[in-house]
Ligand binder design. Sequence first.
Ligand SMILES: NC(=O)c1ccc[n+]([C@@H]2O[C@H](COP(=O)([O-])OP(=O)(O)OC[C@H]3O[C@@H](n4cnc5c(N)ncnc54)[C@H](O)[C@@H]3O)[C@@H](O)[C@H]2O)c1
Length: 252
Amino acid sequence: MRLENKTAIVTGAGSGFGAGIAAKLAREGAAVIVCDVNAEDGNRVVGKITAAGGRALFDGADVTRADAVQAMVDRAVAEFGGLDILVNNAGVSHHRKPMLDVTEAELDRILAVNVKGLFHTANAAIPAMRANDQSSVIVNIASTGAVRPRPGLTWYNATKGAVTTLTKSMAIELANYRIRVNAVNPVAGDTPLLATFMGEDTPENREAFRQSVPLGRLSTPEDVASAVLYLASDEAALVTGVCLEVDGGRCI
Ligand SMILES: NC(=O)c1ccc[n+]([C@@H]2O[C@H](COP(=O)([O-])OP(=O)(O)OC[C@H]3O[C@@H](n4cnc5c(N)ncnc54)[C@H](O)[C@@H]3O)[C@@H](O)[C@H]2O)c1
């Protein structure tokens, strides 16, 4: 097992990519805090992990709330003895539409979750990671939208651009503390969020997304989780500040 004796927090782990990431990290031996605002989904993921013999706890922290995020990190330390891995996966989008139609309320929401959420998790997690004897890892789930934006998702794409810049800036600032910081840029994946990206969930729109990927398929939670596992493991001990496309060649 590649993550024995490690503790991980995965935000947005009740659904989609996050659920796949939490399950894979647990399979590799990590004790996982499954963080999600949706308690039903989060508890279902915990149930599957524990049924498979893994260790996991649900935490309902909303990543837009500093106090809730701090309490979750404190819980990880109290219950599992420290924090080694943080996966900032929780993310939301506005529906695909012209940028001038996106409301201020929609923008505020995606900035709060996709960008300010990383501010709160950083403030809570980094002191706990600095207290670690071993090196620690942060993996941010950004998007190919940060590198090769699709039209109609401009403000969402901008939040993911912020995540890739933050990844590199945090990597250089935290290197002295032996905290590695990397990102994964997935191409469109068939999760509940995909309908938002398509605007309208039709067979034609799905096909158009699929055809935009040179390897001919959308990403899966397994694809994204495998990249996160590599970046979180000691095999990536010298890898920091990298934003890894998991995109079937979409960004070439
Ligand atoms: N699906 C895609 O096509 C795609 C492509 C590229 C990047 N991404 C990114 O991958 C990440 C995961 O997306 P997904 O497709 O699995 O979406 P999803 O909607 O299936 O899962 C997101 C989860 O985050 C949770 N969440 C939302 N706001 C939260 C908050 N404030 N605090 C805690 N949890 C919260 C939701 O309840 C949900 O369970 C996101 O950051 C998304 O931007 C997705």
